[in-house]
Design a protein around this ligand. Structure first.
Ligand code: DC
Length: 232
């Protein structure tokens, strides 16, 4: 049982978690959300769902008008169940589909597009208005909530991250190659960190957690200590 009880947090805050691909941001966001009684949102799921829509509807990502038209037709909803926060794309639960490699391979080029980012950030800021939210992504502490009370920058060694993602995909029965998974991570990190619009970077006031050698419980305890400091 975590010593930070849900009712002790009268002061609801916004918690922003940013970091590299596959370092466990959504696992931490979800665990913090559960421990605090906060909503948690993995914004990567939103970019992945948009990517899935673009793939399925053959939207040419170089055609700005087509992108804008497609964005108007995309309705995203999060539906919380006991174990996870499911994302629905136009009423269909796509939570499993968006984790597949064919989506992962196209998501960074889609997340570069300013029109896509503007619309996602608008929706994310609307969700955060009620406070009491843990949101993870790449630009949460820098662009979406620059005034978030707590910002965490999560990272881990690339081999550790590739192994975790490989194990996750294999456990789901997907046949993937370790090198392919690792290359995809490295490539996404590169595109995400070097793009012109809202690149992945550590906010000046973010606290860095390297979880290469931490288990879930240890990283959660560290993060909840930071919350305690902020709400005191
Ligand atoms: O967190 P994830 O790996 O599911 O994110 C998928 C991709 O979405 C990631 O490669 C970059 C992009 N992304 C982004 O550009 N901005 C965010 N706030 C979240 C994700």
């Amino acid at each position: 049982m975590h010593s930070l009880s849900k009712t002790s947090l009268l002061n609801k805050i916004i918690i922003a978690i940013d970091g590299h691909s596959s370092c466990g941001k959504s696992t931490l966001a979800k665990a913090m959300g559960n421990a605090l009684g906060y909503a948690y949102i993995s914004t990567g799921d939103m970019y992945r769902a948009v990517t899935l829509y673009f793939i399925e509807n053959q939207v040419d990502i170089k055609d700005k008008a087509a992108v804008l038209k497609a964005l108007k037709q995309i309705k995203l909803h999060f539906v919380a169940d006991e174990n996870s926060n499911r994302i629905h794309l136009n009423g269909r639960d796509v939570s499993e589909e968006i984790r597949k490699m064919y989506v992962a391979e196209l998501v960074s080029p889609v997340a570069i597009i300013s029109e896509v980012r503007r619309e996602m950030v608008r929706q994310q800021q609307a969700i955060g208005q009620q406070k009491g939210v843990v949101m993870d992504g790449r630009d949460i502490g820098t662009v979406v909530f620059p005034n978030a009370e707590l910002k965490i920058f999560l990272t881990a060694n690339v081999d550790v991250r590739a192994q975790r993602r490989f194990d996750e995909l294999t456990a789901k029965g997907q046949h993937v190659d370790f090198a392919e998974v690792k290359n995809n991570l490295a490539e996404r990190d590169h595109i995400d960190s070097t793009r012109a619009d809202s690149p992945l970077r550590q906010a000046d006031d973010a606290v860095v957690i390297d979880n290469s050698t931490l288990n879930h419980e240890q990283q959660l305890e560290l993060a909840l200590d930071l919350v305690r400091e902020r709400v005191r």
